[in-house]
Ligand binder design. Structure first.
Ligand code: 5GP
Length: 141
């Protein structure tokens, strides 16, 4: 079994500290949402709590209670922005099941019927495209 400690230097913690940039879509006192740099479909974004935990397994339930209404808000906005037929919500807990960044995050992926998902952590998207997609979702919030 892997260590369950939270590393405060993970990449999303650095985004929260402003040490590395992101294409921000939404922010409040407790939550940040930004575009995934390797989207599995256009509009794929991530919602993270500002309080650090590795994933769902070690998160404070009070943090989850604030996080999920924001996930819902972003899912609706992403659906509207991308005229999606549905929205995939996914969340990985530990490397054994595909987690690659160890700060709790929820994937919000608007999807069109019949369009295959691109690979998880696959190809880096162009920053101009990510910036445009962030604006599209923001316009629907
Ligand atoms: P996980 O596999 O941990 O559930 O997902 C991590 C996600 O973070 C992946 O979908 C990956 O594309 C995304 N990601 C990895 N590094 C960065 C980064 O530096 N910035 C952003 N915005 N997304 C990242």
């Amino acid at each position: 079994m892997t260590s369950q400690t939270y590393d405060a230097n993970n990449i999303f913690a650095k985004i929260l500290k402003g040490e590395i940039p992101c294409h921000k879509v939404y922010e409040d006192n407790d939550t940040l949402a930004f575009m995934d740099v390797m989207p599995q479909a256009p509009g794929h974004l991530l919602v993270i709590p500002k309080v650090g935990s590795r994933n769902l397994l070690d998160a404070d339930p009070a943090v989850l209670a604030k996080l999920f209404p924001v996930v819902q808000k972003l899912a609706v906005a992403a659906r509207d922005a991308f005229e999606a037929d549905g929205v995939l919500i996914s969340q990985f807990n530990e490397a054994a099941v595909g987690q690659t960044v160890f700060h709790l995050h929820v994937h919000v992926v608007p999807r069109k019927e019949g369009e295959a998902l691109k690979p998880h952590s696959g190809k880096m998207e162009d920053h101009a495209v990510l910036a445009a997609h962030a604006e599209k979702v923001k316009a629907c919030l």
